[in-house]
Design a protein around this ligand. Structure first.
Ligand code: 5AD
Ligand code: SF4
Length: 491
């Protein structure tokens, strides 16, 4: 699994937009940066970190590409569709750059993220407007790389120096100019050693590296102090976390969650994405014991067929997955499960696909993400016999998505009439409306004053929509989860 499966989804601009109000005075030489983020939450987190690095350089965010001196695409390589989007976007950017050039304004164009790592120089060959190609482990070098570009060089930086990246990230995250939303991401682990045969992650993000406990706790404490109430710990293989503790011992994710749950104001902890093989007893116990660990688990299985699981090199059987789910549900009965599925992996027969459908029926997911298998150059799956035709993949995907959608609707419907805590995160579409998250990661819409953004409120669910729940505040309840200093709500 990779850190979350919305890899085809794009988040426009602007991790850096958080700098809007604050970066203005940092330099008289105001520069504008436009960042577009594709893919998983780790890219969202990385875009924020790029913003951290660019802020002292006098960069201010802009939502308008035409206004930007620097455009960065933070890219995703997980499936072909995600990677191809980058090139079509570069075509659009070329026109904007030409337009700006006519009025005497320059524009630097950078490609960051996993496409940068995987394709390197090939990118500026295919899209000559690209000035800078920078892989995910090198964002701390952005200022010096941009200096090179200003000297007229084409720069490609795809070194793996993850320790340097982690060291630098912690340092920059202390930067007080950043306002953070009430729910934020924190990378605890990067890379993967699992080598599933369909997946590019071990090649684009490298081997598994964990940040130290101190680095993570310091960053989490700073987040809490700046108003963050919910932290989602990120890693391509997050439950393989094995970070060095202050006493020199090695902590797993369960132990780390226990430590983080002691931080005042951090009321909600989540983590993504996990591999079934790394779901140990201590982590399962954390779901049972810690109120702040939310009852939601993204635990991709990819396929329900033992034959395909083997071909994917997932290193477990379907029965082992069922046994694991039983243990998790015993410890945390109200936990909602989510998963990722790939249909049409090479060699997948109708029966293999039926095994996947059967697994989904047995497990009952609260939500799931599903994809047609995409051949990724350099991965073993790409050259395996038995590639499945596109139309068969499409048919299977539609069936699987219909089943998952049924389960999701049923899970959402089961919340009707329930009351629970909702973290209010931002304004909704309509005036007077806010949007928050349920403990099970469902969006909840309700009428509430803006001043409540960043607080946790008891809410009763009064209506179920197709993708979200509708609730109302339960009168007379204050922000009941706050147990210490009240953090400043992020605007
Ligand atoms: N083809 C299709 N889906 C893929 N994923 C990863 N690699 C591929 C691929 N080559 C999916 C997996 C993973 C999620 C992030 O993306 O389901 O868990
Ligand atoms: Fe996840 Fe497997 Fe890819 Fe590692 S190789 S990120 S475990 S899908």
């Amino acid at each position: 699994m990779t850190s979350r499966p919305e890899a085809d989804q794009e988040t426009t601009a602007s991790a850096v937009s958080q700098l809007d109000d604050n970066a203005t005075d940092l330099s008289s030489n105001k520069r504008k940066v436009f960042v577009r983020t594709y893919g998983c939450q780790m890219n969202v987190y990385d875009s924020e970190r790029m913003a951290d690095v660019l802020s002292p350089e006098g960069y201010q965010a802009t939502e308008d590409m035409e206004d930007a001196d620097l455009v960065i695409l933070n890219t995703c390589h997980i499936r072909e569709k995600a990677a191809e989007k980058v090139y079509s976007e570069l075509g659009r950017i070329r026109k904007v750059k030409e337009q700006r050039a006519k009025s005497g304004k320059d524009m630097m164009v950078g490609v960051a993220g996993c496409v940068a790592q995987a394709e390197g120089e090939e990118i500026s060959r295919r899209a000559p407007i690209v000035d800078l190609v920078v892989g995910p482990q090198s964002y701390q070098k952005l200022p010096s790389l941009l200096d090179e570009v200003r000297k007229g060089k084409k720069v490609v930086e795809t070194e793996f120096d993850i320790d340097a990246k982690f060291a630098h990230l912690s340092e920059r995250a202390a930067n007080p100019v950043l306002k953070r939303p009430p729910a934020a991401f924190l990378t605890v682990q990067e890379g993967c050693d699992k080598f599933c045969t369909f997946c590019v992650v071990p090649y684009t993000r490298g081997g598994e590296v964990s940040r130290t406990v101190d680095q993570i706790v310091n960053e989490a404490e700073r987040m809490a102090a700046s108003g963050v109430r919910e932290v989602t710990l990120l890693g391509q293989n997050v439950n393989a976390y094995h970070g060095e503790a202050p006493d020199g011992s090695t902590w797993g994710l369960g132990r780390l969650l226990r430590r983080l749950s002691e931080i005042k104001g951090l009321d909600r902890l989540r983590y993504t994405t996990s591999h079934p093989r790394d779901m140990d007893d201590d982590l399962i116990a954390a779901h049972r014991d810690l109120k702040s660990v939310m009852p939601y688990l993204h635990l991709p299985v990819q396929s329900g067929s033992d034959k395909i699981l083997k071909a994917m090199n997932r290193r477990h059987t379907r029965d082992e997955y069922f046994q694991l789910i039983d243990r998790i549900r015993e410890a945390a009965p109200d936990l909602a499960l989510s998963g990722d599925f790939i249909v049409g992996f090479p060699g997948e027969t109708d029966q293999d696909f039926e095994d996947t459908m059967d697994l989904i029926r047995r497990v009952q997911y609260g939500s799931a993400f599903s994809f047609k298998y995409s051949q990724r150059p350099g991965t073993p799956g790409a050259t395996m016999d038995g590639q499945v035709p596109e139309d068969v993949k499409s048919e299977r995907l539609a069936k699987l998505q219909a089943l998952v959608s049924e389960q999701q609707q049923a899970f959402n419907a089961s919340r009707l009439g329930m009351s629970f805590d909702v973290l209010l995160e931002k304004k909704g579409r309509n005036a007077g409306q806010l949007v928050g998250k349920s403990p099970w990661l469902q969006p909840v819409q309700l009428d509430a004053p803006e001043s409540l953004i960043g607080s946790i409120q008891a809410v009763e669910i009064v209506k179920i929509g197709s993708n979200s729940l509708f609730g109302q505040l339960i009168d007379g309840q204050d922000d009941k989860d706050i147990s210490g200093a009240i953090p400043t709500p992020a605007a």
